[in-house]
Design a protein around this ligand. Structure first.
Ligand code: ADP
Ligand code: ZN
Length: 207
């Protein structure tokens, strides 16, 4: 099963992606994580990506599509994968069709008014876990691995504003795109707890 996870920044894609990947034994491919690893490693791709990410813009399509296309040829992607953060515009969606067969697109729906607080209150761990300050009670370490929690550089109000505009103008049209293909499943519980959202996703995927 090959799945696309769609949703605005802060909709909870990353949180759900780890849970889905584990339960359904799918490879989790996050383009955001790939870019962040490249930035950390000081690669050419990282250097290029950083300027776009800091501005809340999309990294150019040629770069992003080439990364995903290559990643999908690896051995570990042959038994199903979940794309988190790709495609992010119509061009990427059309490119993806040339090298992948997608079964379902899960769209996590969350009221835009909640997103700013969700993202700016987010604290992440290098292991991939993320938390919200409102549930951390001042804790500074990851509950899963003990790692130091930190705030992503692009999780500041100014960049988030730009990311939301990018989402609304470029990514949101994909909802219609996958609806027309009969592949869209809407996760309506997106404003609930992570467990509630996951429960609904399981219901959808088990069908
Ligand atoms: P979020 O969904 O919370 O915005 P991500 O980790 O998915 O965070 O993405 C972070 C940033 O990485 C994006 O704002 C964008 O600059 C870049 N990025 C991620 N995926 C793509 C993509 N498919 N195409 C272009 N840029 C991307
Ligand atoms: Zn951790």
């Amino acid at each position: 099963m090959n799945v696309i996870l769609l949703g605005a920044p802060g909709a909870g894609k990353g949180t759900q992606a780890s849970k889905i990947a584990e339960k359904y034994n799918l490879l989790h491919i996050s383009t955001g994580d790939i870019f962040r690893a490249n930035i950390k490693g000081g690669t050419e791709i990282g250097k290029l990506a950083k300027s776009f990410i800091d501005a809340g813009k999309l990294v150019p399509d040629e770069v992003t599509c080439a990364i995903v296309k290559d990643r999908l040829t690896w051995e570990d992607a042959q038994n199903g994968y979940m794309l988190d953060g790709f495609p992010r515009n119509l061009f990427q969606a059309e490119e993806l069709e040339k090298f992948a067969k997608i079964d379902i697109c899960l769209n996590i729906d969350v009221d835009e008014a909640l997103l700013m607080d969700r993202i700016c209150g987010r604290r992440v761990c290098k292991c991939g876990e993320s938390y919200h300050v409102s549930t951390l009670n001042g804790e500074t370490k990851c509950r899963k691995c003990g790692g130091e929690l930190y705030q992503r550089e692009d999780d500041n109000p100014q960049t988030v504003k730009a990311r939301l505009i990018t989402y609304n103008t470029q990514t949101a049209p994909l909802i219609d795109y996958y609806k027309k293909q009969g592949k869209l499943a809407t996760v309506t519980s997106g404003e609930g707890s992570p467990d509630e959202v996951f429960e609904q996703i399981v219901e959808i995927l088990d069908k």
